[in-house]
Design a binder for this molecule. Sequence first.
Ligand code: GTP
Length: 417
Amino acid sequence: SNPSLTNSGLPSIIRKKLMGYVGFANLPNQVHRKSVRKGFQFTAMVVGESGLGKSTLINTLFNTTLYSPKEPLPPSAERPKTVAIESIGADIEENGVRLHLTVVDTPGFGDFVNNDDSWKPIVENIESRFDSYLEQENRVNRTKVVDNRVHACLYFIQPTGHSLKEIDIEFMRRLHTKVNLIPVIAKADTMTEEEVAEFKERILSDISHHNIQIFQAPTYDNEDEETVSEAEEIASKIPFAVVGSDKVVRAPDGRQVRGRAYPWGVVEVDNEEHCDFVKLRQMLIRTYMEELREYTNDVLYENWRTEKLLGMGVAQDSTVFKEINPAARMQEERILHEAKLAKMEAEMKMVFQQKVQEKEAKLKQSEEELYARHKDMKDALEKQRADLEEKKRKIESGRPITPEKNTSGRRKGFLRT
Ligand code: GTP
């Protein structure tokens, strides 16, 4: 038998010692240089009721003024009628690494008297981004694919101290299979430490009760202790109780810090004793940005795509087969393309048929009109003929056409005076 094949038929790995330096140890550096040159794309979405500090937190997270400060809405102000979706982009750079950041804001969410469908435009927005990606993947030339998919969704929970509201649960239930959900407790400085701890517990139990999947930092088997404990620490803070501020204030010991000043003291944004802002930033940017992107692509988008294609009637025996077999992949793309063509053809046929029907209907109508006109004319002629016939008969029978009589009883015209 072939010694390089195991029983399963797969080639076995033969470990060899290198005799000297070959150079592939430098591969990670090549990848590093390349990605730095290309830059990164990241799209975050923020959802939550108005005034919970979404814009402020985004500014605090990326340390820029992506959003200009807004005055809180006066109670008399007109409320928005729908959930509008706005996105702003910014290129930011840190130590030579460029990041194209897009923030998708959803003003109006939860601001209505009836919030039953607040989640709908948001789901539609996320799905249309998947759609656009799928469409780009299926282009003949796909060297320039723009990734506008939402990689993370920060969901702002009002610091009520009770439990999650109906709207919170509904939103998360609808969205958790489509986006990485990261729940945060907004304006945590308005609650005491104990209140925050209790609130977190209640939120987590609500989330698990409704089988909602929030983003979990992945753990790998071969990871070192430090990474594992870092991941555990981040996970232990979910849902992050955050405080946002783009102002620098003076701490009691004289330091200048980002924070919020109160008569009783200063809440520091970047102090882990005061709030979970640092851990949130670590999860979203420093440690797991790539994981968020990967999970979006490999799991969330992939599931959505499979469902979509199956819905379009594209079938496939084995996903594993597809991954290792480029021919299967091409076949799948061909099927997709053919489905598209068939759809176009069906549409064209339909339009054609519709046009023919319209024409036929028109022809029939004018035919009927012609027929009606013809009949009218025929009837008129018939009548005229009958009249003439009648006149002729009368003349022939010697009777006057108009039976006008004179006083003598004789007929006019026969008397000459
Ligand atoms: P919309 O744009 O209306 O959706 O509001 P938003 O959620 O973007 O809130 P925004 O960031 O505009 O903040 C609203 C108000 O809350 C502002 O006056 C902020 O200064 C204040 N604010 C923001 N973050 C915090 C926070 O962490 N704690 C406290 N106490 N106030 C905050």
